[in-house]
Design a protein around this ligand. Sequence first.
Ligand code: S3P
Length: 176
Amino acid sequence: MNIVLMGYMGSGKSLIGRSLSKVITFEYQDLDDYIVNQEKKSITEIFREKGELYFRKKETLYLNEILNTYNNSIISLGGGTPCFSGNLEIINNNKSAKSVYLQTSLDELTKRLFVEKSKRPLISHISTPEDLKDFIRKHLFERSFYYNQSDYKVSTDQKDVDTINEEIIALLDNPA
Ligand code: S3P
């Protein structure tokens, strides 16, 4: 089985993915890191030099590659992955993949992302926390349509990493 983590930028997909993989001794695959390794450029460079459309094509290509290559892995997606190019169907139609949406509040996302926005081409141009919050509110609303089609949902607000890991494990052990 593979466990696929989805959620907005800053929801903790990489942090949780890495730590959960140690707890349950799964391998860890981070789609953004995989793209960076394959393309030999940072995400920012790919967006700047080749554009978002190119990035989205590669994202779909490498998502398929990871799902078809690895087993017993936690796979952390990029924030936009489930929202483009039929990627959600690819994940949902993959019999050995279980998807988990890490749901984080608007306030928490704004707080986390304001200090890390320079690494993220979609928000790096936004200069005030108020503008960032407005952007995330609208963007999250659009993207929630996709995130809400995951197999499971875990709210991450006010929870430490261990608690989130335990909740994910409990959901996978006792599917509803
Ligand atoms: C994106 C999120 C990023 C990265 C790229 C696009 C998005 O990943 O894939 O900058 O569309 O939300 P993180 O969610 O890991 O920041």
